[in-house]
Write a protein of this length. Sequence first.
Length: 106
Amino acid sequence: MKKNLMLVLTVFCLVAALTACGQKGEDKKEGTDDSKTAEEQTISGTVNRLGDYLVLLDGDEYRVFDFGDSVDTSSLEEGDRVTVTYTGTLGSEDPAPVATAIQKEE
């Protein structure tokens, strides 16, 4: 009797683990599809930090952006006033909004 109970519990745990892993993978795929169709927005501010990512000072708030593939940052320096076109949600760090274009203000 104990052997049968242990076998049933083992099979149950295995099925539960496989089901949980399968759902997690589907959620990730859906999140990726949503980010491709995200609407672009713009924000203006001052470049506070420029490196692997952009930190933009917008009034009293700091905004962190990842860079899109086509963004050229070679002409930007800290202290420049810029307008950033981005996708994603401001204030989110996982995932951070992605800058798709950065235009220096004159």
